[in-house]
Design a protein around this ligand. Structure first.
Ligand SMILES: Cc1cc2nc3c(=O)[nH]c(=O)nc-3n(C[C@H](O)[C@H](O)[C@H](O)COP(=O)(O)OP(=O)(O)OC[C@H]3O[C@@H](n4cnc5c(N)ncnc54)[C@H](O)[C@@H]3O)c2cc1C
Length: 239
């Protein structure tokens, strides 16, 4: 629940105490002024990090915000995530203010079944908020020799980030452009080059963009799995 009265949030933390962890900030890196990578140390034993494992932070008494683990090592007790500092909203401010040795409470939610190792072709779509998920996907896609593509909508100032992060097989798109127009989406290589009808498709990030993309997959009677998870919606606080 992104926003709730303080007493509800307190009660939920108590009820879900097995999923709450105190963690320490052990590294922070600004990849760009808008994108911050954070490493946290804690006790993650008895946990398996599934792909796209979601974490949450209570950023004030009333608000919690979700992020995705980009890398997790249970033995070393370390996780990393990349957060988009898109303005001065409560979550973005909380992330921007995190500094070395801060101790914070974190909720460990679940991953989801977005990855099917048996499907040869995989396409992952998203924006700055999806970079953690993409970083989690990348080693699995490479190790299992998938044919894969990352389609990433990014602000101008973040366009070099996929390369800086070591992502491969990606195409970068401007926001407010291709994914705002079904005509333009229909021209993308996934619909024009080769046969991606049975591909595993993972659509994340901005809900308005992914809904347009999803509609074009539906028009094409896509036969593979379509996994859709909106990470934020224009004008809506928290998701
Ligand atoms: C399962 C899940 C996993 C997620 N993983 C990540 C992750 O790994 N990294 C990450 O950065 N985010 C991630 N998000 C998205 C993040 O939780 C949202 O962006 C959230 O809204 C940020 O909270 P806020 O308090 O900063 O902004 P809010 O108070 O929620 O929103 C304030 C305003 O800013 C707008 N807004 C929110 N996010 C953005 C954005 N990214 N760009 C531009 N405008 C925005 C809203 O539409 C609203 O108008 C994830 C979300 C979910 C549901």
């Amino acid at each position: 629940m992104p926003t709730a009265p303080k007493w509800v949030n307190d009660a939920m933390e108590t009820l879900a105490s097995s999923r709450m962890r105190m963690v320490e900030v052990v590294e922070t890196t600004y990849i760009t002024p808008q994108l911050k990578k954070i490493q946290l140390k804690g006790d993650f034993s008895k946990l398996t990090f599934e792909l796209g494992h979601t974490i949450s932070f209570r950023v004030n008494d009333n608000d919690s915000r979700h992020y995705t683990v980009s890398y997790g090592d249970v033995k070393a007790g370390v996780i990393e995530f990349i957060a988009h500092i898109h303005g001065d909203a409560v979550g973005a401010k909380f992330i921007d203010n995190l500094k070395l040795r801060d101790e914070i409470k974190m909720g460990l939610l679940r991953g989801s079944k977005q990855y099917d190792p048996n499907v040869k072709q995989q396409l992952i779509f998203g924006d700055e908020t999806s970079l953690s998920l993409m970083m989690d996907f990348l080693p699995r896609l490479q190790k299992n020799l998938h044919q894969f593509m990352f389609y990433i909508e990014l602000d101008e100032e973040n366009k070099a980030v996929p390369e800086l992060l070591g992502l491969t097989n990606y195409m970068v798109f401007s926001k407010q452009d291709v994914f705002r127009s079904k005509e333009k989406i229909r021209e993308l290589p996934v619909f024009k080059n080769g046969d991606w009808q049975n591909a595993n498709i993972v659509l994340t990030g901005n809900i308005n963009s992914l809904q347009n993309f999803r509609k074009v997959f539906k028009e094409h009677n896509h036969k593979g799995k379509l996994f859709v998870k909106g990470f934020w919606l224009e004008g809506k606080k928290g998701l």
